[in-house]
Design a protein. Structure first.
Length: 448
C-alpha cells in the first residue's frame, strides 16, 4: 500500500502519457481489482472498459488463476526456456498451443510481450532469408495505423508517421497499405466488395513494385484496434491471402489483441476464414496476470528457420524470462477456464447487449460511426487521425469517461470499448450509462 501523499509529484515515467501534465504528476494509482472493476487508492471505483489494454479477459481477481499462480510459485518460481531446458508448465503450454493454433503443425516460441513476439518473428524470418541467400528480402508489409509493438523494429512496422518521426525510426523497408476501414477509406459510392478488391489491388501493386523476392513478410491484425477497431469487409482477407500465397510471402497474423475469444471466435482466423503461416499472441493468453508473449511458425517455415539457425551454430535468440513458468502456468489455467466456463458462449450472449448499446450511439451528434466485432467496439468521433494523437474529441471523451468512473482508450479518432470477456449484461448497461454521462459532459463543453 502506498504511503505517498497525493501532493507529491510522481517521479516515474508513464508511457502514452503527456509527461509534463497534471495527470502525469498525479496519475491514477490503482490499489485493487475485482471482476471488471478497478479501485484507486482512495477506494474510488472504475469500470475498466478496455480490460487493461485488452488483456484482462477474465477480469482482475479470478480465484482459479490466482491459485494456479500460487501453486506454480510453490513448485518453481523462475526458470528460463533456453539452452535445451524449460519448465513443466511451459512444455505443457507449447503442447496445448500446438494443438489449437490454426497453423500447419506449428512450432511455438516464447517471449515476454506481444512486441517481443513480433520482434522475434521479424528476426527469425530475416535469419531464414539471409541463410537462403536472399539478404535483400528486407521489406515488410503492414497497414497504416496498425500497431505491432513498442520496440524499434515493431514500432516502425506500426503505421503511424508521427511515431516514426518522433523516434527517427528506419522505415525504408516498411511498405504500408490502406487499412480496411470502409467508413474511413471507401470512395463515394464504392461497395464493400469493391473496396476490398481495391485494397487487394493496392497490395498486388506494392508487391510488384518492390518485387516479391524482396519482401520478407506481411503483418496484419484481424481487426486493428489501434486503427479504430477497423473490421475488414467480407472478402478482404481471402483476397490478401491469395496474393501472398501466389508470391510465397509469409502471412503473419498478429492476434495479440484478437486472440482467445475477443471477436467471439477463438482467433480472428475463425471469424474471417484465413490461414496464416505465422502468429503472435499475448494479452488474453493468460489474462495478462503475468507478462507473456508467444510466436508460432507453421512447420514448413519452422523447418527453414531451424536449418538457418543450425547453420549458425544454434538459434541466437532468447531471453531470461522467455517461457517463464509462472506466466505459462497461468496461461494453461486460463485456456482451461475459457473452455470449461464456455467463455465463447458467454461472449456470444453478452455481445447482444454490447452491440445494442453501441448501436444506440450511432445517431448521437458527436458520433461519426460505430464499429463492433464480438466484445471489441469502437465509436468513431474524429476523422483522418494517423498514428497516436493526444488531441481530438476521442481523447477528451476518454478523459471525461475517467471522470465518470470508466476507463477507455482513444485510437485513431475512435473511443475503444473492449471490456473483460467476463462482463455481465448489467455491467454492460452500467458501462454505457457511464459513457453517456461522459458524452453529455463533453457535449456541454464542446466548442460550437
Ligand atoms: N500487437 C498488437 C495488435 C497490439 O495491440 C499490441 C499492444 O497493444 C502489441 C502487438 C504489442 O504487445 P505488448 O504491449 O504486449 O508488447
Amino acid at each position: 500500500m502506498s504511503t505517498m501523499s497525493n501532493t507529491t509529484p510522481f517521479r516515474g515515467i508513464i508511457g502514452f502519457s503527456r509527461l509534463r501534465s497534471e495527470s502525469h504528476d498525479h496519475p491514477l494509482v490503482i490499489a485493487r481489482g475485482e471482476g471488471v472493476h478497478l479501485f484507486d487508492r482512495y477506494g474510488r471505483d472504475y469500470l475498466d472498459g478496455v480490460a487493461n489494454f485488452y488483456s484482462a479477459s477474465l477480469g482482475f481477481s479470478d480465484p482459479e488463476l490466482i491459485d494456479a499462480a500460487k501453486d506454480q510459485l510453490g513448485r518453481i518460481a523462475n526458470f528460463s526456456t533456453l539452452s535445451h531446458k524449460l519448465s513443466e508448465p511451459t512444455e505443457a503450454l507449447a503442447e496445448r498451443l500446438a494443438d489449437i493454433l490454426p497453423l500447419e503443425a506449428p512450432h511455438i516460441g516464447f517471449a515476454t510481450s506481444g512486441s517481443e513476439a513480433n520482434e522475434a518473428i521479424l528476426k527469425l524470418l530475416a535469419m531464414r532469408d539471409i541463410h537462403q541467400g536472399r539478404a535483400g528480402r528486407r521489406a515488410v508489409l503492414s497497414r497504416w495505423n496498425s500497431y505491432h509493438g513498442s520496440t524499434q523494429a515493431t514500432a516502425s512496422l506500426g503505421g503511424g508517421s508521427n511515431v516514426h518521426n518522433a523516434f527517427g525510426l528506419e522505415t525504408g523497408d516498411r511498405l504500408f497499405l490502406t487499412q480496411p476501414d470502409y467508413d474511413e477509406h471507401a470512395l463515394p459510392g464504392e461497395s464493400e466488395a469493391a473496396f476490398a478488391s481495391r485494397l487487394a489491388e493496392e497490395l498486388r501493386t506494392l508487391v510488384h513494385r518492390r518485387g516479391p523476392d524482396r519482401i520478407s513478410a506481411f503483418f496484419a491484425e484481424p481487426v486493428s484496434v489501434s486503427a479504430g477497431v477497423a473490421v475488414p469487409p467480407e472478402g478482404y482477407f481471402a483476397a490478401v491471402e491469395a496474393i501472398l500465397a501466389e508470391h510465397g510471402i509469409p502471412f503473419v497474423d498478429d492476434e495479440v489483441v484478437t486472440g482467445f475469444w475477443k471477436l467471439g471466435t477463438r482467433f480472428g482466423t475463425d471469424r474471417f476464414g484465413f490461414r496464416p503461416q505465422v502468429m503472435s499472441l499475448a494479452k488474453g493468453i493468460n489474462s495478462g496476470y503475468c507478462p507473456l508473449g508467444v510466436f508460432a511458425f507453421s512447420k514448413p517455415l519452422y523447418d527453414e528457420i531451424a536449418e538457418a539457425a543450425d547453420a549458425n551454430g544454434f538459434l541466437m535468440h532468447g531471453g531470461t524470462y522467455h517461457g517463464h513458468p509462472l506466466a505459462s502456468a497461468i496461461a494453461l489455467k486460463c485456456l482451461e477456464i475459457y473452455e470449461k466456463r464456455d467463455i465463447a458462449g458467454h461472449v456470444a450472449e453478452v455481445s447482444k447487449a454490447f452491440a445494442r448499446r453501441l448501436e444506440m450511439l450511432r445517431s448521437h451528434p458527436l458520433v461519426i460511426s460505430v464499429r463492433q466485432a464480438g466484445l471489441l467496439g469502437g465509436i468513431k468521433v474524429d476523422r483522418g487521425v494517423v498514428g497516436m494523437k493526444a488531441e481530438g474529441l476521442a481523447p477528451r471523451l476518454v478523459a471525461a469517461a475517467q471522470e465518470a468512473g470508466l476507463i477507455l482508450r482513444a485510437s485513431a479518432g475512435c473511443v475503444v470499448i473492449a471490456p473483460p470477456l467476463i462482463i455481465r449484461d448489467q455491467e454492460i448497461e452500467d458501462l454505457f450509462d457511464r459513457f453517456d454521462r461522459a458524452l453529455a459532459s463533453v457535449r456541454m463543453t464542446a466548442s460550437p
